[in-house]
Design a protein around this ligand. Structure first.
Ligand code: CP
Ligand code: NVA
Length: 304
């Protein structure tokens, strides 16, 4: 059976640590001018139903660097997962053409179904439910900037969305305390909270009190208030989330050397101020660079 990368829940703590170690090893190799051609002759397709710059480009570059070939399909090419033809048909057809399938889509159930019928690895490149590749690059970045984060605290400010869920799972798996500061109707649901609490003994807190959540945080993390597909709710969301932003005032409540993170793209003046993202505390651009270093390791891991 093919190994897939759909959700961080599916991996043990040690498997995630091994993946992070491989990411670091390959990052050092490529930074020193080395090369690993482990995917020579392999082909990967990217089926993207939403826009992307970081995820798409880093996957394509990673595949090229490992000696393989990526084929990008825009939303019109796919014709809507499950709309032009049954997902189970597409999965079996693509499995005969390519060695890897990378999917960015709306419904998480669609990617689960694709993986069920695919005989080659399927990678979740973002669904409405989760964004595990992002969270792994985030953990890699945190490891580089904060020694011994185990027992430390990551505070996510804003929407309890796909990115927040994956970062929360990554923290729980890796022994990091996690706090979500979100308006009540935009927090994690009870099933997801229970799932998080069953992963490990780390503290998982969900609160509406953004100031309390920021106290003694090692990391303040945010994402857009309006995810792809939620454009119709823009005005309402801008009002509801107006207090859930990272700015200098919030940073003062956290640890003095708090690190600022954002998965990007950022909407400056909304979920994060310009001075916060440009501050010395910000590690957002290292975070974005690590998308490439993690994707490279993931492709090698899934194909080996
Ligand atoms: N962070 C992230 O996934 O960016 P893209 O939407 O540009 O891929
Ligand atoms: N939560 C955002 C993440 C973008 C990388 C979205 O889904 O649009």
């Amino acid at each position: 059976m093919a190994k897939h990368f759909l959700s961080l829940h599916d991996f043990t703590r040690q498997e995630l640590i091994d993946l992070l170690d491989l990411s670091t090893e390959l990052k050092q190799l490529y930074r020193s001018g080395g090369q690993d051609n482990c995917l020579t002759g392999k082909t990967m397709t990217l089926l993207f139903e939403k826009p992307s710059s970081r995820t798409r480009i880093s996957f394509e570059v990673a595949m090229n660097q490992l000696g393989g070939s990526p084929i990008y399909c825009r939303p019109d090419d796919v014709g809507g997962l499950g709309k032009r033809e049954p997902i189970k048909d597409l999965a079996r057809i693509l499995s005969g053409y390519v060695d890897l399938i990378v999917v960015r889509t709306f419904s998480h159930d669609h990617i689960v179904e694709l993986a069920k019928y695919s005989t080659v690895p399927v990678i979740n490149a973002l669904t409405d439910f989760s964004h595990p590749c992002q969270a792994m690059a985030d953990m890699m970045t945190i490891r580089e900037h904060i020694k011994n984060l185990e027992g430390g605290k990551v505070t996510f400010v804003g929407d309890g969305n796909n990115v927040a869920r994956s970062v929360a799972v990554a923290c729980a798996k890796l022994g990091v305390n996690f706090s979500l500061a979100a308006p009540a109707d935009y927090s994690f649901d009870n099933d997801f909270k229970e799932l998080l609490n069953n992963i490990s003994d780390t503290t998982i807190e969900c609160t509406t009190d953004v100031k309390k959540a920021a106290e003694s945080a090692d990391v303040l993390y945010t994402d857009t208030w309006i995810s792809m597909g939620q454009e119709d709710e823009k005005q309402q969301r801008i009002e509801v989330f107006s207090d859930y932003k990272i700015d200098q005032n919030l940073m003062k409540l956290a640890k003095p050397d708090v690190k600022i993170m954002h998965c990007l793209p950022a909407y400056r003046g909304m979920e994060i101020t310009d001075d916060a993202i440009e501050s010395e505390n910000s590690i957002v651009f290292d975070q974005a660079q690590n998308r490439l270093h993690f994707q490279r390791a993931l492709l090698k891991y899934l194909c080996s």
